[in-house]
Ligand binder design. Structure first.
Ligand code: ZN
Length: 344
């Protein structure tokens, strides 16, 4: 198979604050149920087991009696969501993974090159095992491309990076974008599904609030991050997929088929630090409504509505591999595949 080159350029040094530095506040709205796991299980332990633990002399004795069927763990195990400070959260690492993998998975070749290596998805022997059939069907155009190896300064000795690694980091090179956790005070519920699975669910219409910090970015790089979040040329955002079971609806024990993982980002404000050798107002053609305050230029949601299309335009004219990304919604693609070809 023809192997496409990965376009790499000398990496942007991290020790100078040249370019755009600031903070972007965003929201994530759930349009279906959502489960982003904590990796922990919540286990209801039955009274009989508690009584047995009190009466047994040793752990071995308890295990032995469970094996013989004399004791039962009568509670159900539920996979819980992530919580910080009492709030339900989507970890920043999950959001960063989503944004980066959307970019890696939507590149198109231009002149036998692509402008992203594949870092997020694990590789084994150069061949990836797709997480699911639906994953392969949604991202097939990009997965069918055979690309040169991922950027890795530590093993390859070259600090030339693809545009995505240059922003999000690679082994030995720090990221220039830092995603915080996005949190909400939503009420969750527990639900049991077929095959004995139990999940803690975040309901549709939940709004998570989060922010990201960026450091020394070129305007088109900030645009690329927005495209990764689903930004379109008109300034709106496409529905994207996040968390568990995003490729497969789950049937609950009461027979309902539930959709998971459909979310949409929106940007509430962007603040730029007034240093870095860039006249932000000119470079980004900032709307008049962006106000200077405490060493920042702050753009509220109305100004952001004008700014996002400018940044998206800058990104796709600079990084031509991503020309189609602003038009792509994996959530819509999933709907098409489910209605056209049945769910697998
Ligand atoms: Zn790379």
């Amino acid at each position: 198979m023809r192997v496409l080159g990965v376009r790499r350029l000398p990496y942007t040094t991290r020790d100078r604050l040249k370019g755009l530095t600031g903070r972007l506040r965003f929201s994530i709205l759930t349009k279906s149920y959502l489960h982003v796991g904590s990796g922990r299980e919540s286990l209801d332990i039955g009274e009989d087991l508690l009584e047995a633990v009190r009466s047994c002399g040793s752990l071995e004795e308890i295990v032995d009696r469970i094996r013989r069927g004399e004791l039962r763990v009568s509670g159900s195990e539920c996979l819980t969501v992530v919580r910080y400070g009492g709030l339900v959260c989507v970890p920043g690492s999950s959001i960063k993974g989503l944004v980066r993998s959307r970019l890696e998975l939507t590149v198109r070749p231009v002149d036998d090159y692509v402008e992203a290596c594949l870092r997020v998805i694990s590789q084994s022997g150069g061949r990836r095992a797709p997480a699911s059939v639906m994953h392969a069907r949604i991202w097939g155009d990009s997965l069918s491309l055979s690309r040169d190896q991922p950027c890795n300064p530590l093993s390859l000795g070259s600090y030339d990076l693809c545009p995505v690694c240059n922003i999000f980091g690679a082994p030995g090179v720090a990221s220039r974008v830092f995603f915080g956790n996005a949190c909400s005070n939503a009420e969750t519920s527990f639900r049991e599904f077929e095959k004995g699975m139990c999940l803690e669910l975040i309901p549709p219409q939940t709004v998570f609030s989060g922010e990201l910090m960026f450091l020394g970015l070129a305007p088109e790089e900030l645009g690329l991050i927005l495209i990764g979040m689903g930004a379109r040329k008109d300034g709106g955002f496409n529905d994207v997929l996040l968390g568990r079971s995003k490729y497969r609806r789950l049937k609950s024990v009461d027979g309902k088929l539930l959709e998971f993982g459909r979310v949409v980002f929106s940007v509430n404000s962007i603040s730029f630090r007034k240093y870095g050798g860039v006249n932000v107002r000119e470079a980004l053609r900032l709307p008049e409504s962006c106000k200077e305050h405490n060493g920042y230029v702050e753009c509220d949601s109305q100004a952001v509505g004008e700014l996002v299309p400018t940044l998206v335009d800058l990104a796709v004219s600079k990084f031509k591999s991503f020309a189609e990304t602003p038009n792509f919604s994996e959530a819509l693609k999933r709907d098409e595949l489910i209605s056209g070809g049945g769910q697998r």
